[in-house]
Design a protein around this ligand. Structure first.
Ligand code: MG
Length: 398
């Protein structure tokens, strides 16, 4: 049987209607960026890689429609129009299942969008096992000792860890079975079921467990995002270094732009844009690391759009190019070379602003300054030079 024949009768309900803010970032966690890509985009891509012919029904909160469209714009998946979620996870799943009612699949996977790391192997095994058993969940053995928790955080009884499992998604069912279970639960006013396996169990079905994956983590807290970021960075093993260098001459004016900040000075810097020599050098360093031309090829001085332009957009564009390749900027380092203005009093503010422009933690940005001991053009106070180095991590492949 070809792959097409084995997956075209499969649909996936992607549950993404939660407003989970515990992970931080000020937006629901499924729309937060993880190493340059929204969580939900990673989850969609993983599902489509495993089951390219399966239909995917995203169930979202209508208030998040703009966030969802933006996050999923680049996803080439077999996606149906999004469905508005209900007031509980249970009702959201039912809304997704009902949307498939006109052309029901044989097998349906129900997956939590905050689990972007389910492997293709696991997803395909869920389909296979659901065909055999009708209702399956991936479940993970627990290696820690297990205890019940008593009053006031005191320990209760020992629990035999061999008798319990941590249950994950995707959970897979024959469509008729899980649709019927959810419809009956709703009709009966049962609204506190923890997941779809619980709905199927409530309806009297036997659920089989297959081996889950430790890597199939659910992103919930800021720590989860930090460890996921670290795990992804470890996958981005193609580490590249780029060099940037720029010079601008002093001219008329009473301030210079450095790192996106206005620094008072007895002269200005001459340039087509705002002449932010630091941001230009950093932009070139990043472009160098991804071997994608230089700032002049992306933003030609002949183009009047860039006349007087704020240079933070050049740097952001370079960062976006890295993200578009599935990579991230790991570190930026720059040395500003001039006799004046004195950089020291402004260095912390410049560093913080560069980190902000790039969306990087402060610890990933270094800004240094030196004079050239009155030698050369910088020594003669004719202008400012900047040297910059960028370290970029990309996935292997291009
Ligand atoms: Mg320049």
């Amino acid at each position: 049987m070809s792959e097409k024949n084995t997956t075209e009768d499969v649909a996936i309900v992607l549950v993404a209607a939660g407003r989970g803010m515990r992970a931080g970032g000020g937006i629901p966690k499924q729309y937060r960026m993880l190493a340059g890509r929204a969580v939900i985009a990673r989850t969609l891509a993983g599902l489509a890689r495993a089951l390219p012919h399966a239909r995917i029904v995203p169930v979202i909160h209508p208030d998040d429609a703009v966030l969802f469209e933006a996050a999923s714009a680049d996803c080439s998946v077999n996606m149906m129009p999004w469905v508005a979620g209900g007031d509980t996870r249970q009702h959201s799943v039912l809304a997704g299942l009902r949307s498939l009612g006109d052309n029901p699949p044989q097998i349906v996977l129900i997956h939590d969008c905050a689990r972007p790391f389910a492997s293709a192997q696991l997803i395909c095994e869920c389909v296979r096992a659901a065909r055999e058993h009708g209702a399956i969940v991936p479940a993970l053995a627990i290696s820690d000792a297990m205890k019940t928790l008593g009053a006031k955080s005191t320990l209760g009884e020992d629990v035999d860890r061999n008798s319990v499992r941590a249950v994950q998604t995707p959970q897979a069912f024959t469509y008729a079975l899980i649709r019927d279970a959810h419809e009956r639960a709703k009709a009966a006013g049962v609204g506190n079921l923890s997941d779809d396996a619980a709905a199927a169990q409530w309806a009297g079905h036997t659920i089989y467990a297959i081996a889950g994956e430790a890597g199939n983590m659910k992103l919930t807290n800021p720590e989860d995002f930090r460890s996921a970021q670290a795990a992804l960075a470890a996958e981005l093993s193609d580490v590249r270094t780029g060099l940037g260098y720029d010079v601008h001459a002093f001219g008329a004016g009473d301030h210079v732009w450095l790192g996106g900040l206005q620094i008072p000075h007895e002269a200005g810097l001459v340039g087509h844009s705002d002449a932010d020599v630091l941001l230009h050098a950093l932009t070139d360093a990043i472009l160098g690391a991804i071997a994608d031309g230089d700032i002049g090829s992306h933003f030609p001085p002949s183009d009047m759009r860039w006349k007087g332009a704020a240079s933070d957009q050049f740097l952001r564009h370079a960062i976006d190019l890295v993200a578009a390749r599935g990579g991230l900027v790991a570190h930026l380092d720059a040395t500003i070379i001039c006799e004046a203005p004195k950089i020291g009093p402004h260095r912390d503010a410049i560093r913080a602003n560069v980190a902000k422009i790039c969306g990087l933690d402060l610890g990933r940005v270094a800004i240094k300054a030196t004079t050239s001991e009155k030698l050369g053009f910088t020594g003669r106070r004719e202008g400012i030079a900047v040297q910059a180095v960028a370290t970029v991590r990309l996935p292997w492949g291009d």
